[in-house]
Design a protein around this ligand. Sequence first.
Ligand SMILES: *Cc1c(COP(=O)(O)O)cnc(C)c1O
Length: 400
Amino acid sequence: MKFSTKLVRIDQCPEDPFRPVATPIYQTATFEQESALEFGRYDYSRSGNPTRSVLETQLADIEGATRAFAFASGLAALTALTRLLKVGDEIIACDDLYGGTYRLFSRILPRSGVTVKYVDLTDPANLERAIGPRTRLVHVETPTNPLLRVCDLRRLARAAHEGGAWLSVDSTAMSPYLQRPLELGADLVIHSATKALCGHSDVTAGVVAVRDKALADELYFIQNGEGAGLAPLDSFLLLRGIKTLSLRLDRQQATAKKIAEFLSRQPGVGRVHFPGLASHPGAELHASQASGPGSVLSFETGDLETSRRLVESLKLFSITVSFGGVGSSASLPCRMSHASIPAEVREARRLPEDLVRLSVGIEDADDLIEDLARALNGAAGESAPGTASAAARNLAEVAS
Ligand SMILES: *Cc1c(COP(=O)(O)O)cnc(C)c1O
């Protein structure tokens, strides 16, 4: 079956005598046993729940994994990943990480004696130099958030394996529709399913998907032992969101490309970061390991105050930290999702303070571009009254 078919044609409810076409929400904590000495298929929802099982089976199927595990959030999934390590082990992580992951790695993980080294993994040679005998895990995001930098997954997998480490990929920005890291050599894939997988901004959820059977058994042990598995209602909502994953992303990334091209032509806009632009330094590499650019882009205006005014005057983009949903959103990453990264670290990583991140939803593309054009005019007009002619050009372009 092709990917889009797999999203819909799954066994929604194995073993149910009534054959429902949508997976029921098994909102129960425990399951009655066959007898005092015999367990049935399920006994307690922390250990296993039928709604979550259907979800996990489908996630494994679309990710090309041996098994997948659903957690209460992306960070709970990442926490489970870190539980594969022990005192004295080291993680090498890419230096352009999601803010919450950075906080987990830099402020919580050291308490269990695991150290993290941050390396620019857009150049795989940096990994070859940094990897050492204590390195157990290499963790990377690609494209990174919010700068959309691209890392070479095939080469990183080879280098990690030669150094005796696993490669885990946080593939949230792509979802399994656009990128399947296990097929490129990665050992583990992480998702914040809160984003594109769910797509409707109504669930927080996370996923760990694995190829190796022994790792899968260990992750099940961790999921059950720590109790952060996804609840039945949230599993149901995620199952529902996943059905339209390819439809949503086809529309969202086509519009994102139009918006990126529009922004690239605006005089008041500096660099536009989007792997679907031919000018993006990672465009070719990205196309070799993913089937589309995704729905997130970011750009610079040259000035934090201009960016703030711009974001605040948008009408069709809500100001939210998340991305990947059907509704478009705008954010200032350095003030919002990445504020948990200290300012000096952000600066060292060349994360511009004025960066605006857009997550493109399924609204009409022309409406979104018109909204952006008006907001750009307003933001530029206020900071420099002389730029009225640029403003007029923006609007003329939208009208044409
Ligand atoms: C949002 C996000 C996370 C964290 O996921 P939650 O569901 O918010 O816990 C991790 N990685 C990336 C890339 C994210 O965007």
